[in-house]
Ligand binder design. Sequence first.
Ligand code: ADP
Ligand code: ZN
Ligand code: MG
Length: 486
Amino acid sequence: MYQPIIGLEIHSELKTRTKMFCSCRNDTMEHIPNLNICPICLGHPGTLPVINKEAVRKVIKTGLALNCKIAECSRFARKNYFYPDLPKGYQISQYEEPFCQNGFLETGGKKIRIRRVHLEEDTGSLIHEKDHSLVDFNRAGIPLMELVTEPDLNSPTEAKEFAQELQLILRHLEVSEANMERGELRVEANISLQQQMTDELGIKVEIKNLNSFQAVEKSLEYEIGRQTKILRSGKKVIQETRGWDDIQRETVSQREKEEAHDYRYFPEPDLPPLQISQELIDGIKTEIPELPRQRRERFKKEYNLSSREVEIFIRKRDFGDYFEKVISELEQWAKEIKPKLNKERFLSLIKLCLNYILTDLQGLLKGAQVSNEDFLITPENFAEFITLIYKGKISSKLAKIILFEMFSTGEDPSNIIEKKRLVQMTDEAEIEKLIKDVIAKNEKAVLDYKLGKGNAFQFLIGQVMAAVQGKANPGIVNKILKKLLS
Ligand code: ADP
Ligand code: ZN
Ligand code: MG
């Protein structure tokens, strides 16, 4: 039996205003090729790089969030190789003195050690046409953060979940959009199989071209199968880089692994070593928000949410923030009303609020963010809306109409109710009068009902609800109609 040993190398493009070593805009969505370029990111002779402070801060912020030790002195290095998307003939990266080392990230109840997090620059992109290739340097020089784990992952699912958790953290830290489809998060997976009962690691293969979390998982599953076969037949795995083919669902050999000395790493002579002060680190620490792991626990404990519900708020962080603001408004309200809500009742109010946020509001948003400027419902208004439902002032049917109106105009719910005269009918005598009208107009249905035809009653309820324009409580309508028909 073999145990899979997996280590990940993950690159993410940092969200900064400008590129890593020049003042060109860092805009990964730019569609016009070679627009954000200058002599520095094109590697013209005589130009000098200048370090982007914002990028350095973001790498340190990530390192701190991942429990890393931050270097007191860090340095850039040249990694030399030739490729058409690399105009200088070397990439400015880090080698012996990365910004962050020896951290860990806990996923699935397991601590995965992080060897290092360093900063480098991205390359340009190649566009291959039929008989020639084009180069776009918009991406050249965009700050790129590389994270390397120790080989602590033991299954394809663990590897996928690690990458997903890291994506969430990067988004919470607002250091990267970390979108895999757009190449803002790039995962490379190293895998070997270890003979059980031994300490020795097997020969590893590096998998590239993983464009989704699913590809991470599937390619590792495939490699486990392939390497198991090789080892079972008494052969040796070759150390190499393999590319994942998403269509054929297999890995294909790309090249045999180069060694570090092939890159002739040496300290970058055009940039000074960076001294990182404790003050700088302490300052960055204060900018670290609550991270997914802590937020999950807190949301479960404070609001009694299920794991599934919590996960929605973790993935859509602004939605989670909004939910909390609404809850704090509700808390305020609950303090002031009499009789006071006990804990159990308050939790049921939260539950009501949660349902409206996750179903109705999410439906109206159609994937848009609540942090967008054109989202008009303030937490105060949303909380008021929930209290109106809670108090039985509006039915669930009316609630939908009112919420839609709030969503479109940003008006507060009481105004909408008043303007549209949408108040719930509570006067039973008035409802009874309307029901009598309906009975008089529907002799046939009444007869059907008396003959025991099941859907005649439903039909009559429908007629009454139409007559009251949905403004009466269905329970009361039901009760009165039954009474009048008996
Ligand atoms: P290389 O020198 O080939 O770049 P490194 O030691 O720098 O290898 O590790 C690169 C990545 O591969 C790291 O994420 C590490 O955890 C992982 N790794 C190292 N050895 C193994 C192994 N035997 N099996 C699986 N992954 C490994
Ligand atoms: Zn530039
Ligand atoms: Mg290495």
